[in-house]
Design a protein around this ligand. Structure first.
Ligand code: XMP
Length: 512
């Protein structure tokens, strides 16, 4: 049986990060809202619990609280930042405002050896981010480590299995953070660290079989790795009870349709239906400039085409989707309330339930990097496994202004050159995404003594862990020079190439 680490989310931006760190240490983890009761959690039989940090102060009336019986489940609890303060308050410590807030690096000195710090140097850099801290602890606690401004930076309870740390072991800036989490999991919780992708695939296949029985399943393929893994996994489980639909929107990258065809029809032997819908998409986008309107129109048209394709397939009652764990965590956000819509996302994994199907979501407990590991496990070729993410609305949101077939062809040609050269230079795997954007401006140029007045292509190269934040990447000058040269020479209608050097936030990765 899979061992589970439970993470209680008090509204931190790091809950997912803690979950990932545990999984990187081969311990399966799930995030729960702080409202979960100890009894509910006990049913899941966790081997340990981590209380996350959070933006609140334990003194606020509205401060997130936790079921105190968590400490009586007989499993170790590690409180981080707010999680530590809350636990110490419940177990008899006092929390106070720190003299001045403490954000960023601090030097931690271990004052009492403990399993939590096994194998670590006595002094090390940790990352702090707090306004409150534990000011004093009762005799039931031992202080294990401190920093200059935070004397109780790590504590443990003497009779209950509780540890607390004021710093953040989950962030990479905490030098020995991973080791501390490993010590908590392996030394304190006695985790077996045996959560491996091969067994995840086996378990998924078994659970798909039991959900589906002898019914038929439909899966939308986008060409991206998530829907591809769903299709391959479901196919492994139920074979020809699965039918896949790929919608050719005309807003795809160069070679996308052919790749899906070769991989899925030829390699995996799937029943794949392709819906030709380029004309429909271009017709509905004609003259539309507003990015949100474009996204909504594309999403809507996609569902219509998909529905029509699905109606032609007999007896299908289940829809397989590539929902990932971050979407699931977001939907149980402990802070509640919808966040502001920056962009209306559309993807194959987001087909609405109103289509009248039962849903099958085999990736709903996985992160993107885990999906890629699963792709490797399923025998995907590298080209498919490591494909950069591509937005559901495709080139439609990379052509700024109105979308036409001519512009799609121009951008497709430029994007193809970008990807070819990035791969050739060995940069593809070092980037989260690399792509071209077609701008709605024309600039003056000179070619062979003649004046030109043509379009501008912008290059976007970013690094990211999950697409939530991103930094721009500056690849070597030679690569930029080759891309610029080739795009201007080979793509008719483009006479200028620009480089986007914006981070997310405040910009976003896609331009629309
Ligand atoms: P932004 O532009 O919001 O993008 O910084 C973050 C990540 O999401 C991808 N993206 C999408 N993916 N459907 C998707 O499946 C969409 O509608 C969509 N819009 C953006 C984007 O490529 C980046 O990786």
């Amino acid at each position: 049986m899979t061992q589970l680490l439970a993470i209680i989310d008090f509204g931190t931006q790091y809950a997912q990060l803690i979950a990932r760190r545990a999984r990187e240490l081969n311990v399966y983890s799930e995030v729960f809202p702080y409202t979960v009761s100890a009894a509910e959690l006990a049913k899941k039989n966790p081997i340990g619990i981590i209380f996350s940090g959070g933006p609140a102060s334990v003194y606020w009336d509205s401060a997130p609280d936790v079921d105190p019986e968590m400490f009586d489940l007989g499993v170790p609890v590690l409180g981080i930042c707010y999680g530590m303060q809350l636990a110490c308050r419940i177990l008899g410590g006092s929390v106070d405002q720190v003299n001045g807030r403490e954000f960023g690096r601090a030097n931690l000195t271990i004052t009492k050896p403990d399993a939590l710090f096994e194998g670590l140097p006595r002094s090390q850099v940790v990352w702090m981010s707090h306004s409150d801290a534990v000011a004093s602890v009762s005799g039931d606690f031992e202080t294990l480590a401190g920093t200059e401004s935070c004397p109780h930076a790590a504590v443990r309870h003497t009779s209950k299995p509780f540890y607390g740390v004021q710093f953040h072991p989950e962030v990479t800036h905490t030098e020995c953070g991973t080791k501390i989490l490993r010590n908590f999991l392996v030394e304190v919780c006695e985790a077996k660290s045996d959560w491996k992708m091969a067994s995840v695939v086996e378990e998924s296949v078994a659970s798909i079989r039991s959900q589906v029985g002898d019914r038929r399943v439909l899966c939308g393929l986008s060409g991206g790795v998530d829907s591809a893994v769903v299709a391959a996994l479901v196919h492994r489980a139920i074979g020809d009870q699965l039918t896949c639909v790929f919608v050719d929107t005309g807003l795809l990258r160069h070679g996308e349709r052919e790749l899906v065809d070769t991989e899925f029809r030829d390699h995996f032997g799937l029943d794949l239906r392709v819906a030709d819908a380029e004309d429909r998409f271009l017709a509905c986008l004609a003259g539309v400039v507003d990015p949100e309107k474009k996204r909504k129109l594309i999403g809507h048209e996609f569902i219509e085409v998909f529905k029509e394709a699905a109606e032609k397939i007999e007896d299908v009652s289940i829809l397989a989707q590539g929902t990932l764990y971050p979407d699931v965590i977001e939907s149980i956000s402990p802070t509640g309330g919808p966040s502001q819509t920056i962009k209306s996302h559309h993807n194959v994994g987001g087909l609405p339930e109103e289509l009248g199907f039962e849903l099958l979501e085999p990736l709903r407990m996985l992160f993107k990097d885990e999906v890629r590991r699963m792709a490797v496990e399923l025998g995907f070729p590298d080209e498919m496994t490591w494909r950069h993410p591509f937005p559901g609305p495709g080139l439609g949101v990379r052509i700024l202004g109105d979308v036409t077939k001519e512009k799609c062809d121009v951008l497709r040609a430029a994007d193809r050159i970008v990807l070819e050269e990035v791969k050739k230079a060995g940069w593809y795997r070092k980037m989260w995404q690399a792509f071209a954007v077609l701008l709605p401006v024309q600039t003056v140029g000179v070619m062979g003594d003649c004046r030109t007045y043509e379009s501008v292509v912008a290059l976007r190269f970013v690094s990211s862990q999950d697409g939530m934040t991103a930094d721009w990447v500056y690849p070597e000058r030679d690569l930029l020079a080759t891309i610029s040269n080739r795009v201007i020479n080979e793509v008719k209608g483009v006479n200028r190439v620009a480089l986007d050097i914006s981070t997310k936030p405040p910009s976003t990765i896609e331009w629309e």
